[in-house]
Write a protein that binds this ligand. Sequence first.
Ligand SMILES: Nc1ncnc2c1ncn2[C@@H]1O[C@H](COP(=O)(O)OP(=O)(O)OP(=O)(O)O)[C@@H](O)[C@H]1O
Ligand SMILES: [Mg+2]
Ligand SMILES: [Mg+2]
Length: 502
Amino acid sequence: MLRFSRTYATKPLHQLKCGIEIHTQLNTKSKLFSLSSNNAFNSDPNTFISYFDIGLPGTQPKLNNEALLYALKLSKALQCDVNLDSSFDRKHYFYGDQPLGYQITQHFSPIAKNGKLEILPELDGVKEPLTVEIEQLQIEQDTGKSVYVTETATEETVSKIDLNRANLPLIEMVTKPNFTDSNQVKVFIKKFQNLVRYLDICTGDLETGAMRIDVNVSVDGFQRVELKNLSTTSSVMNAIKYEFQRQVKLIEAGRGDEIIIETRGWDGSKTNSLRNKESSLDYKYFPDPELPHILLDKSVMEELQLPELPDQVLSKLINKPYSLSLKDATILTYDLDLLRYYLDLFDLAVISNGVKNSKLPGNFVIHEILGNFSKLNMRFDPELIPVAKINELVQLIDNGTISNSSAKLLLQHLFNNNEDISRPLSELIDEFDLRKEETVDNDQELVSVCQEIINENEKTVKNLKKKPNGLKFLVGQAMRVTQGKVNAAEFERVFKGLLNVE
Ligand SMILES: Nc1ncnc2c1ncn2[C@@H]1O[C@H](COP(=O)(O)OP(=O)(O)OP(=O)(O)O)[C@@H](O)[C@H]1O
Ligand SMILES: [Mg+2]
Ligand SMILES: [Mg+2]
């Protein structure tokens, strides 16, 4: 018989270690070192370029202060030590999409170091807390794009170059290798994405390349491998899992030394070597003589104001007066438009108009409104259903004019017949006969409806002890009979009384 000691059985056999690098493209008005517009996404190739962007001799870089401001905002949000004297360096390599022959980056003296981002059980739904240490932030230029096209006439593959992206501002953020499982990486990416959106410095989208992630993976202290071309969070996760397994197999076969420092790509199902250490370039870094140092006064960081950040918003939402579940609060923080809509509704309905059931705004926005948008296959759009309308609806439920289910029907109607948005709700309520009837409000009436349903569903009633879900079925029947004019909770109460169940 096999015996495992307690520690042996619970300790993972192999230790994963991961550090990540994220390139964040800043949504400034102009490029990093020129005045061409930073608005090139989806436009014709080579239409957003200046002489400097394409590397014409004699042109000189001038730092865009807006990009610097964005970098400082991110540094502050990540609690970094900001460097009061940072500078730019040239990283040399030859490639068609890099016309200068070098990339301007911050190699020797980056803008910020030693930050952190906390992953917390109470806000991020993880089991263990994790402090992700930020090694550094550096400001650098983006490169152009190479596009490979096969000409139909000659069947020759040619490489075309689009320099719209050249010289766009990027921040490279490098974490320490603090991650020990892929889920932590996923949570971190989501958190970072949300952070840059709240700071309004980047769209945070991976699909468009506005955010690009490289992951470094090592196992049991062997060499690290860098993974590139990861354009979705799921490809990041899958690539880490695949690479972990690949390295574990080598280690278990006693071939751990074959794991070499290299860059590997992800093709959707496996990682493939792109370049190894021997072929890695010597970038011959040296300080850019054309760019002055960035000299900052200490007071700049103290005076820099940040907007409310995602973690602060999340804590606000799960506490009074909102008291949302972590899950619902998280959904709201992922979409700034939806968050504003919810807060406006809560303000109007609960704070200004005294709606007693403070759960109604959350239930309507997160479940009903989002549900209707997703049925229509649409992104949330606050224009389609004005918040004032939902405020009215919520009040009508709260003061007992209509039931919850009638309100949901009404909302669905407004989604499907958007022209009715301008009609008063009272008119629609009368038209569809949704007003709660006084007689139905009366317990006697409810009892007789429920009794009839009990008589018609003997089997469900008999099995109720074994299958308590049967109660929901009975309530559903009663709702159907009364066309949703009575709340489900009312019926549940009467059924429980008549059937003597808890
Ligand atoms: N043993 C390790 N296992 C996994 N990751 C590691 C390990 N050691 C370092 N890393 C990670 O590797 C990354 C190194 O990034 P950094 O930008 O400093 O250098 P680089 O990858 O060599 O340069 P480049 O920017 O040219 O890719 C960091 O995210 C760091 O956390
Ligand atoms: Mg790297
Ligand atoms: Mg790097």
